[in-house]
Design a protein around this ligand. Structure first.
Ligand code: PLP
Length: 394
């Protein structure tokens, strides 16, 4: 078994301090202030079984990955974090650790497309059933729970792409009353804006590809838990299934995490200004952002989040073609999938990220445009959106 390193960070320290120091002691041999990239597969043993630092083979554990895992555990206030090669690899490892054939799960009716596909096209074949529910309504979630069979409730908040907000504490109560685990995909909020474990969640999932990495230069995922037994089971499956990130990818995510707090503050501030522009724009019929007082989830978001995030979606009055014209007309907002990087991105969920849910209950409006508001100068971003919206009319 690889060593289980538990969260040793000083929980009294502030978020930004933990992001920069947790798991990142200066290298004891050289004094290097940044954890080295241990680009190595195997470790010399001093006699059979004589491991120097507990490391024997990098699938089981690698020091650069350990540094990242300790940092992520500290940022989410968890006992143990585990890093993976992608967000979906983290999800797959979690699901095949805690679920068995015959089990049932409750999924959001606006789940991330890849998560939905994993349940509908992969896990279903292994005998795991799912029901989609409107997660902001905890009563509706309780109504679809199958006593004895439902083992897991999955929620993303804010959700993708409609920025729905769900009450994590209320869902934890519903899940726990049925003996199920509550899993929160915290990718959109990041641990800086929201800490689900403290609100009662059992597992936090991240695509570290997004805000945690923050620079659109790495694909990665993570799980964070506070229960020691669940942590042990996940460590076993992480090694047994092998979907681990390499040392360099681990290092890139760790490097990104150091600036998460300052980046998120700017993402939120820029999103607030973008929303103000979209709200009053004649080509825009509806804006989705949890910071808007009229947003259905505004009160819950204000209670469980530090700020409202950098993701903004809106509907274009002219319909599908007008929405596609806006997506094609931006110059600074780059037309691309993904989110959470320093650069602003624009996309059409119906034809891009959410194409795989067309025709299902999870289908998104055809006139919807999603923005990942970056941290460029806000004047430039607003100017770019103004000129792109002028193209909506065609
Ligand atoms: C991107 C994303 C994932 C999947 O992560 P990958 O790193 O692409 O595998 C899961 N959930 C959400 C909310 C995401 O945005």
């Amino acid at each position: 078994m690889p060593p289980v390193t538990e969260n040793r960070a000083d929980s009294q320290q502030g978020f930004a301090t933990r992001a920069i120091h947790a798991g990142q002691e200066p290298d004891p041999q050289t004094g290097a202030v940044v954890p080295p990239i241990h680009q190595v597969s195997t470790f010399k043993q001093d006699g059979v079984g004589g491991l120097r630092g507990g490391y024997e083979y990098s699938r089981s554990a690698n020091p650069t990955r350990t540094a990242l895992e300790e940092c992520l555990a500290a940022l989410e206030g968890g006992l143990r974090a585990l890093a993976f090669a992608s967000g979906l690899a983290a999800e797959d490892t979690l699901l095949r650790t805690v679920l068995s054939p015959g089990d049932h799960v409750v999924l959001p009716d606006d789940a991330y497309g890849g998560t939905y596909r994993l349940f509908a096209r992969v896990l279903q074949r292994w005998g795991v059933e799912h029901t989609a529910a409107h997660m902001p309504d905890a009563t509706a979630v309780a109504a679809v729970i199958q006593p004895g069979r439902t083992k897991l409730v999955w929620v993303e908040t804010p959700s993708n792409p409609l920025l729905g907000v769900s009450d994590i504490a209320a869902l934890a109560a519903v899940a726990h009353a049925a003996g199920a685990l509550l899993v929160v995909d915290n990718t959109f909020a990041s641990p800086y804006l929201q800490q689900p474990l403290a609100l009662g969640a059992d597992v936090v999932v991240h695509s570290t590809t997004k805000y945690l990495g923050g620079h659109s230069d790495v694909v990665g995922g993570a799980l964070v838990v506070s229960d020691a037994e669940l942590a042990q089971q996940l460590v076993f499956h992480q090694n047994a299934m092998g979907a681990v990130p390499g040392p360099f990818d681990s290092w890139l995510v760790l490097r990104g995490a150091k600036t998460l707090a300052v980046r998120m503050d700017r993402h939120c501030e820029n999103a607030r200004a973008v929303v103000a522009l979209l709200k009053d724009h004649p080509e825009v019929s509806q804006v989705f952002w949890p910071g808007l007082p009229e947003h259905d989830g505004h009160e819950v978001a204000a209670r469980q989040m530090r700020d409202f995030g950098g993701m903004v979606s809106f509907r274009v009055r002219g319909g599908l073609d007008a929405a596609l014209r806006v997506c094609a007309a931006t110059r600074i907002f780059t037309l691309a999938e993904s989110l959470g990087g320093v650069e602003s991105l624009i996309e059409h969920p119906g034809k891009m990220t959410h194409a795989s849910v067309a025709g299902s209950a999870l289908e998104v409006p055809a006139d919807l445009v999603r923005l990942s508001v970056g941290i460029e100068d806000i004047e430039d971003l607003l100017h770019d959106l103004e000129q792109a919206l002028a193209a909506a009319k065609g």
